[in-house]
Write a protein that binds this ligand. Sequence first.
Ligand code: GDP
Length: 195
Amino acid sequence: MKVNKADIVISAVSPAQYPRTGLPEVALAGRSNVGKSSFINTLINRKGLARTSSKPGKTQTLNYYIIEDKFYFVDVPGYGYAKVSKTERAKWGEMLETYFTQREPLRVTLCVIDFRHPATVDDKQMYQFLKHFGIPIIVVATKADKIPRSKWNKHTKISKESLGFDPEDDFVLFSSETGEGKDEAWGLIEGYLAK
Ligand code: GDP
């Protein structure tokens, strides 16, 4: 998709603020700092629309970006974040569960993981949670530029094994530095949007 128009619509702190346009949604789930904002910015060719931050886990909001008036990217930050109270964490967990299990316009969720390391316990939990609810998933293994190509096969195997990856899902190697995987990711996303 060639993107000329992209804007942040809302950082939603509660479901009442989710858009009511009915446009399809593509969610991004992943640990803080894994590269979700960079993924969005790369796909839409903008440097700074989606907020990239070096301070992990500060925002517990669902950030909605409208793309070409056609669909939303929904950045769902927030597992593996530190420094929030147990109560806040539980509340956030509930909000995520409600979003992923009840959000009608949700077409597909991109599980963004760090290609450099095995998937974490949190990554695996999120992936398996989405699978449990039958939510379509594309795994995006990012920061691939940090691993030499000669080791891509080995790292792919490690990523998949640590995630408990289902071979029926899509797995995209990605880099926001080199653009690796950008066309493939768009192709898959557009497939879901067309459904
Ligand atoms: P988010 O918290 O998941 O939205 O993560 P960000 O997109 O803010 O990225 C966190 C950090 O990782 C930033 O310093 C990015 O520049 C860096 N980063 C993100 N994607 C890549 C990538 O593909 N390659 C490299 N080398 N760095 C990346």
